[in-house]
Ligand binder design. Sequence first.
Ligand code: AMP
Length: 235
Amino acid sequence: MIFIDNLHSNSKFDWVKNMSQQLTIALSKGRIFDETLPMLAQAGIVPNENPETSRKLIIDTNHQDIRVVIVRASDVPTYVQYGAADFGIAGKDVLIEHGGSGLYQPIDLKIAQCRMMVAVRQGFDYRKASQPGCRLRIATKYPHIAREHFASKGVHVDIIKLYGSMELAPLVGLSDAIVDLVSTGNTLKANHLEAVEHIADISSRLIVNKASLKLKYNLIQPIIETFKQAVAASS
Ligand code: AMP
């Protein structure tokens, strides 16, 4: 791996020493941060602090010109789109909702994998309730994805936008169904809900600001290559 060799060599081409530009990486706490760490490490980048225990929103790394900003998962595309971060990692769910404009999306990192599903209370007759022409109340954090899914089935929907604890909505009569991410299915089961329809497979992607890619190509391209190799090695 040329990039890593270069990174660890102190002579020939020490790209870090030669860096005149700063690189900013936008990440969200939790699963994406945890699953990104090994890939960053392969690119020779190690954050100095853990966002779970630090209150800092800007975390320095072992390279003085590379920093990580900790933002809400749904805000990662916005930071990268406006160039406040050069690149970041965001779930496909977040990218579909955001629209992905102005973003270069070179790699599916195959991390934070899950499914976007429709779920209802156990025993609810979803098949009958979701016939073309029917009307459903859907609680979700993902109004665009939900609207598009039901439009393609010819089902009318009233979308109720929530920011968390979607599983509660059908239990207290706020909605007929939810559209949410499901990983193990344990949260649905614990709340007496069941998944009834698969909308999309979701995983996280590397997203790069298009101007940064041009202006900082020599810095960003090797990182993209290292991430590509990490994905290939793990699949
Ligand atoms: P689980 O109980 O493992 O099916 O996880 C479901 C809960 O975790 C729901 O509240 C989801 O919104 C959330 N969740 C699952 N997978 C992801 C993911 N990849 N990214 C963000 N949230 C997730």
